[in-house]
Design a protein around this ligand. Structure first.
Ligand SMILES: CN(C)C(=N)NCCC[C@H](N)C(=O)O
Length: 263
């Protein structure tokens, strides 16, 4: 199924600060390679028949490439992001202004939330992560704004700081997830909601394999996640691997670079 995405070219990509355990400002980053990998991801979406809008990157915001964190867009309503860390604070208004200019109904958040990093549409309801970045209060805000039930999931491992590092929505009725990233209660919720889920291993999660983008059948995921790709194929999904090794140095993958625009 064809989707509409928003992406941001990593023109100013760098790892200048560390706000997650993957980031090491002393390690070298090849900004040119990051742009090349991002460009391949962009072209891949176009070749799969998706529409991709682009927002202009801003200097001084090296993580702005991670468009998924910029907002949550459902039914044409845009719930703006309010970032936990000051290093990313200016991204929220930049993304909201873009949506405003495009004529969407935009809502500035009252609570800390990092967009689709932590708030994922799954069929009729929203799955929402908390514990590391997005505040619980944002779940209530999102429920009120979108008029859809929000299912709160507690994240417990700092490596999997956003819900979209630990869980991929594969279709309206199924997900893939790494149980170790969730509290025991949230693991039980996921088992109850998704008895047929694809269960990722610690190794799948460690290459950020769950930071994937599904259109309901084709699943774009990091090429390093080979076992997860096999598990998805065995459930009838089509894995589409993409190399995002340079973006991984900031703690990101294909999903982080991709905000779904649901008009
Ligand atoms: C699923 N992921 C990982 C994302 N949705 N976003 C990536 C954000 C990376 C950024 N350095 C940060 O730590 O905020």
């Amino acid at each position: 199924m064809s989707r509409r995405y928003l992406m941001c070219r990593p023109t100013y990509f760098a790892v200048d600060y560390a706000i997650n355990p993957w980031m090491d400002p002393t390690a070298p980053v090849d900004a040119g390679l990051a742009v090349a990998q991002w460009t391949r991801l962009h072209e891949l979406y176009l070749s799969l028949g998706h529409t991709v809008d682009l927002i202009d990157p801003l200097p001084g915001l090296p993580d702005m490439v991670f468009a998924a964190n910029g907002a949550t867009v459902v039914d044409g309503k845009v719930y703006g992001a309010q970032f936990r860390h000051p290093e990313r604070a200016d991204e929220g208004p930049a993304y909201l202004a873009w949506f405003d200019q495009q004529g969407f109904d935009v809502y500035a958040a009252k609570s800390v939330n990092e967009g689709e990093g932590d708030i994922l549409l799954a069929g009729e309801h929203l799955l929402a992560g908390t514990g590391l970045r997005t505040e619980l209060a944002a779940h209530a805000e999102a429920q009120e704004l979108f008029g859809r039930p929000v299912i709160t999931l507690q994240l417990v491992d700092p490596r999997y700081y956003h819900l979209d590092t630990a869980l991929t929505v594969l279709s309206p009725t199924n997900v893939a997830y790494y149980p170790g990233a969730f509290s025991p209660g949230s693991q039980a919720v996921l088992r109850r909601l998704y008895p047929d889920a694809v269960i990722a291993t610690a190794a799948d999660a460690a290459v950020l394999g769950l930071n994937a983008v599904s259109d309901g059948h084709r699943v774009v995921l990091p090429s390093a996640a080979t076992r997860l790709a096999e598990a998805l194929a065995s459930k009838g999904f089509q894995p589409v691997p993409v190399d995002v090794s340079e973006l991984h140095k900031a703690g990101g993958g294909p999903k982080c670079c991709t905000l779904e625009v649901r008009a």
